[in-house]
Design a binder for this molecule. Structure first.
Ligand SMILES: Nc1nc2c(ncn2[C@@H]2O[C@H](COP(=O)(O)OP(=O)(O)O)[C@@H](O)[C@H]2O)c(=O)[nH]1
Ligand SMILES: [Mg+2]
Length: 389
């Protein structure tokens, strides 16, 4: 395997081959992979090494799970409360704690010195009746996964969230910050605003390997099957749905990867040079991310932030009209795509079981008071009046 590698990489390979424990194998293999130059000629080799890494990691997970059932270690994920959980991710001093404080009234510590925030700190944000749990997190720095004892726990908190806010300090180089955050999250097996490479994999009891759509990968049948063998898969049917590389296939097989959604909030818009930095950030990341400019200390852009944040969570707020004609003060918060039947079930099973008709007022109604059935899809801001027998 070690043709055309640097002496350093060859040494790393040897170290890996000599490693005995799973932990050690993972560390050594990661180091080896990092030392292999990445280009077309090494692509398949790197994919193969990554697939081994996936295997080692899942073995380690299994081992930990078995041990955990005996003794429970500390868990750091803040239990979800409200309608959605959002994590604040940024380098030191970007203003995460300041933003949490201003949006939620939480009294998390804001510091003039870096790393003021040592553990996750939740706050509650009211988005027109939807309750969003916002979580202030310790700052991200280079190689945090290996350098910080809390790295793994930090990542578990980030993965658990429904959305990530990348908080960028516009008084410092914004593209460097964002590159760092994305790379660190990547190393913690978190991909942001990316689709999981689409495959359909089914384990079969016998029959060996069945490949469908193998022409969509630029690799031989044997090379594809080797990757699955690495994961101890021998009898399976695999359908490749879109064009992808061997590396994508390895990613798709790696169940430890989280695919998260994120937006960028560009803070300190009141600082000198922030406009130029905002433009730089936009040209580097504007295609992949929604970017919202704010100033957490001057309270600029916060209403727009709340609005767009809610929209990105993929939720809708629906109010019900009561028999006395009054409108419930608190909305019911549902996933986009929710229908009248979802609302009926929540109000009372009677409304669902004996449903007659509903009247709709608001964005999804062709006209106010439009009569609709259980399957009518609702939009954010709708008011629903349900009639039952
Ligand atoms: N000028 C300016 N300073 C800010 C803004 N937001 C936060 N800061 C300051 O940046 C420093 C770091 O804030 P903090 O919230 O502790 O950052 P964290 O490390 O990301 O939690 C503090 O001195 C804040 O007062 C802003 O919008 N404008
Ligand atoms: Mg902080």
């Amino acid at each position: 395997m070690s043709t055309n590698l640097s002496p350093e990489a060859k040494l790393a390979e040897q170290d890996y081959n000599e490693a005995n424990t799973l932990d050690d194998k993972i560390v050594k293999l990661e180091k080896f992979i990092s030392l292999v130059p990445k280009h077309k000629a090494t692509e398949k080799m790197v994919a193969r090494l990554r697939s081994r890494l996936v295997k080692h990691k899942s073995e380690l997970e299994d081992k930990k799970r078995r041990q955990k059932s005996l003794s429970k270690g500390p868990v750091w994920v803040i239990p979800k409360e409200g309608d959605a959980q959002v994590s604040l991710v940024g380098v030191a001093n970007s203003g995460k704690s300041q933003l949490l404080k201003i949006l939620t009234g939480s009294n998390t510590k804001v510091g003039d010195y870096p790393y003021t925030t040592e553990k996750p700190e939740p706050g509650v944000l009211d988005c027109d009746g939807a309750i969003i749990q916002l979580i202030d997190l310790p700052s991200i720095f280079l190689n945090i996964r290996n350098e910080s004892k809390n790295g793994a726990m930090l990542f578990s908190q980030i993965r658990a969230a429904d959305l990530i806010i990348f908080l960028i300090d516009l008084s410092e180089n914004p593209v460097e910050q964002m590159n760092l955050l994305i790379e660190e999250l990547y190393s913690g097996s978190i991909r942001v605003n990316k689709e999981k490479p689409p495959i359909e994999l089914r384990k079969t009891g016998s029959g060996g390997a069945i490949l469908i759509g193998e022409d969509k990968i630029d690799a031989s049948r044997e090379e594809i099957i080797e990757i699955l063998h690495d994961q101890s898969l021998y009898n399976f049917s695999l359908k490749i749905i879109k064009e992808m590389t061997l590396t994508d296939l390895v990613e798709a097989l790696d169940y430890s990867i989280a695919y998260s959604k994120g937006i960028i909030v560009a803070n300190k818009g009141d600082q000198q040079g922030s406009k130029e930095n905002f433009e730089k950030l936009k040209s580097a990341y504007g295609q992949q991310f929604l970017i919202l400019p704010v100033s957490a200390t001057k309270h600029d852009g916060l209403d727009e932030l709340k609005e767009k944040l809610f929209d990105h969570l993929g939720l809708v707020r629906i109010k019900s009209k009561e028999p006395n004609g009054g409108i419930a003060p608190k909305p019911i918060v549902l996933k986009k795509g929710a229908t009248v039947s979802d609302v009926a079930k929540i109000i009372h099973s009677r409304f669902y079981d004996n449903f007659k008709l509903a009247k709709i007022y608001g964005p999804s109604a062709k006209f106010d008071g439009q009569t609709v059935g259980l399957n009518h899809e609702l939009k954010d801001g709708d008011i629903v009046e349900i009639f039952a027998d």
